[in-house]
Design a binder for this molecule. Structure first.
Ligand SMILES: NC(=O)c1ccc[n+]([C@@H]2O[C@H](COP(=O)([O-])OP(=O)(O)OC[C@H]3O[C@@H](n4cnc5c(N)ncnc54)[C@H](OP(=O)(O)O)[C@@H]3O)[C@@H](O)[C@H]2O)c1
Ligand SMILES: CC(C)CCC[C@@H](C)[C@H]1CC[C@H]2C3=C(CC[C@]12C)[C@@]1(C)CC[C@H](O)C(C)(C)[C@@H]1CC3
Length: 622
């Protein structure tokens, strides 16, 4: 096994590509194959460096930066040109293209000198004390836990290894700090300029690095999930439809193939999907921008989920009024689930094929280069047909709204099958709780834009199947169960369940809203009472309020609500509790994924947060 000199989390000096200057960096990871280290500069820039370009901290003499910007020539060069460096601010004066066309050797020498100065002056402002976000220097106590205020600037430090003018032509993969990347235009302008200078910065690429440490158990895990999840849906639905859905009962035999396929069901499913697509295209609702992409662009999204919901309600109401047999959905539930599964597979294949043509910077940071894994996690981050965003659309519309329609149909089916004049209290609770959840999601549609599904995961089988099949057909299991397994719920018990649901909702909504408001405007006066920890990325972390209670208070609230959805079904069987069990596993896994990403992003600041707020989801338990 190849040896490596530096450990993950270690703070060292990394050579800034194309220069002889070294800056403090944190080692994020090491790739045995390419022998490259992924390092993070103080401003969040991540680069891959060779071992030769990394030196231990102790091999440097440090000097303060008090004088670095004092020379007039430096001031001049700073105002005249820009260098792609860890410290470069994205905004600033533009340099005319002609300025870099210097054929004269004297001029060339001058430019060389100027570049050296630029690199010395313009590189990342570093802190005098060790890297703030480094795990290795963590002293256990937050250094800057302050009341919510605007982030401060770090002091400057400069470390120069030697004055030799050695420029190394190396191919580096550059991922600039998202918030700071202005636009492609600036990037290409800079490339045009710097390729003429001595440092080969023009060889940088704005790309999305592909993951090596795969999630979900890597390729075998992805394969297992792709085969296991559809099988699980079929099993759950078959089991739920029988009189005694006990765990010890063997699953019923699979119906004959010709019974599973119904052309009418497929037609209705397609009608549903394209009706939702039509609603999504309606030019109503505000248009907002998503989080910045790796190349600095922000995609635009139209928020009209609530309108789509209202129009769908009107369409379903009209269909019922004109005599459509809504209970057909109940009697052909498995067939609908299979039609949706087939559709999600076709969609995943389409997404996979079109992703082959996608430029590298449009790929998801979760993708790996492995065909099977990428088919599962999705290669392209934001596949779009014009302005139609396929992932954003699927995440909230056909599945989530479909879930409400399925629940309503189950309510009607319960009345029909059990010959009731009104739905049971249990069914009313399940329907209203879940309706409330979906309306809340559509009301807060914009919040979806900052979730890891939109910003990190690609659009592949996992989300296509998850959104179109898993959500509508397994999240509605309680209502489906109640159709053939009546449960008489007393009012006192119902009141306790309602109180539990409200308690869960308050935690869920307040936690999500507090974080969203803080991320939108960290200086919001309404949040001024909250304590924060600053991070070197410029963003801060909340350490009091909901986010000081546990590290994922929103998950806690969501899980409490999930329990409240199952309790109305009683305790005769485990099946109605499937959602709580699956959801606990999903959120524990999701929390671990998020922690991993936050630790990468925020380093020591995240460690400080974990120390201040030791529990992840369940206070005093986990
Ligand atoms: N029903 C379902 O099936 C289902 C499934 C999944 C999720 N959900 C729900 O969806 C909602 C969103 O969940 P999510 O998984 O996308 O993640 P989330 O918890 O909303 O967001 C995590 C992100 O919040 C930021 N953050 C973490 N700690 C912070 C702190 N102390 N201060 C400020 N920012 C902090 C970090 O991002 P930045 O620092 O980069 O901003 C982190 O990556 C949750 O309520 C969850 O329960 C529901
Ligand atoms: C391995 C598979 C079982 C994984 C399948 C995952 C998906 C079912 C979920 C991943 C992200 C989830 C999500 C919601 C629903 C379920 C997922 C698509 C969500 C739309 C539910 C309503 C919430 O209010 C929400 C909008 C925050 C949420 C976003 C994430």
């Amino acid at each position: 096994m190849p040896s490596r000199k530096f450990a993950e989390g270690e703070v060292v000096r990394g050579r800034w590509p194309g220069s002889s200057l070294y800056y403090e960096v944190e080692i994020l990871s090491h790739d045995n194959k390419s022998q490259l280290y992924t390092v993070k500069y103080k401003d969040g820039t991540e680069l891959e460096l060779k071992e030769n370009d990394i030196k231990p901290l102790k091999s440097f003499k440090q000097r303060k930066s008090g004088s670095i910007s004092s020379s007039p020539s430096r001031r001049r060069s700073r105002s005249r040109s820009r260098s792609r460096s860890p410290g470069r601010a994205p905004k600033g004066s533009r340099r005319s293209a002609s300025a870099s066309h210097q054929a004269d050797p004297k001029e060339k020498e001058k430019e060389k000198e100027m570049r050296r100065e630029i690199l010395q002056v313009k590189l990342t402002p570093l802190v005098l004390k060790p890297f703030e976000n480094s795990v290795s220097v963590y002293n256990g106590e937050p250094e800057h836990t302050e009341k919510n205020a605007t982030p401060y600037k770090n002091k400057q430090e400069r470390v120069i290894l030697s004055t030799e003018d050695s420029y190394i032509a190396t191919q580096y993969s550059l991922r600039p700090r998202r918030e700071e990347v202005k636009a492609k235009e600036i990037e290409s302008e800079e490339q045009n300029r710097v390729t003429k200078g001595p440092a080969p910065l023009g060889s940088f690429q704005v790309t999305t690095p592909q993951r090596k440490d795969l999630e979900f158990g890597g390729v075998p895990g992805a394969l297992l999930l792709m085969l296991g999840l559809p099988a699980c849906v079929v099993l759950l639905l078959l089991q739920c439809g029988r009189d005694d859905p006990g765990l010890l009962q063997l699953p019923p035999p699979l119906p004959a193939l010709h019974e599973l396929w119904e052309t009418r069901v497929c037609g209705l499913y397609l009608l549903w999907f394209f009706l939702q697509a039509l609603f999504y295209l309606l030019p109503v609702g505000k248009v907002v921008e998503g989080t910045p992409l790796v190349d600095g662009r922000r995609l635009k999204y139209r928020l009209n989920g609530l309108y789509a919901f209202i129009l769908t309600s009107a369409a379903v109401g009209a269909a019922a009024f004109w005599g459509a047999e809504l209970c057909y959905l109940h009697t052909h539930f498995l067939q609908f689930a299979l039609a949706a599964t087939g559709f999600s597979v076709v969609l995943s294949v389409y997404l996979c094929v079109r992703s082959l043509k996608a430029p590298r910077h449009e790929l998801s940071p979760a993708s790996s280069g492995n065909a099977v894994y990428d088919f599962f996690i999705g290669r392209e981050l934001n596949p779009r047909l014009g302005a139609f965003d396929l992932k954003f659309f699927c995440e909230l519309r056909p599945g989530l709204i479909g879930w409400v329609v399925i629940n309503l149909v189950m309510l009607l089916a319960e009345m029909k099958i059990q010959e009731r004049s009104a739905p049971s209290l249990a069914m009313i609770l399940v329907n209203s709780f879940q309706l409330f959840y979906v309306v809340d999601a559509l009301w807060n549609e914009e919040a979806l834009l900052t979730t890891m599904d939109i910003t990190h995961d690609g659009f592949g089988f996992m989300l296509a199947f998850g959104d179109l099949v898993w959500v509508p057909f397994t999240y509605s299991l309680q209502a489906f169960y109640l159709v053939s397994h009546p449960h008489d719920l007393s009012w006192p018990l119902a009141s306790v369940i309602i109180a539990l649901k409200l308690c869960g909702y308050v935690i869920f909504r307040c936690a999500n809203s507090q974080k969203n408001a803080f991320r939108k405007n960290p200086t919001d006066p309404k949040l001024a009472h909250l304590k924060t920890i600053h991070t070197s990325t410029g963003k801060s972390l909340l350490v009091s309020g909901w986010w000081g209670f546990v590290r994922h208070p929103n998950y806690l609230g969501d899980l409490i609500m999930a329990l409240a959805w199952s309790l109305p079904c009683g305790f005769n069987h485990l099946l109605p509790y499937f959602y709580v069990i699956y959801f606990t596993a999903l959120l524990i896994h999701r929390e671990a994924r998020d922690e991993h990403q936050c630790r990468r992003k925020y380093g020591l600041a995240w460690e400080k947060y974990c120390q201040r707020v030791p529990y992840r989801i369940f206070p005093y338990v986990y």
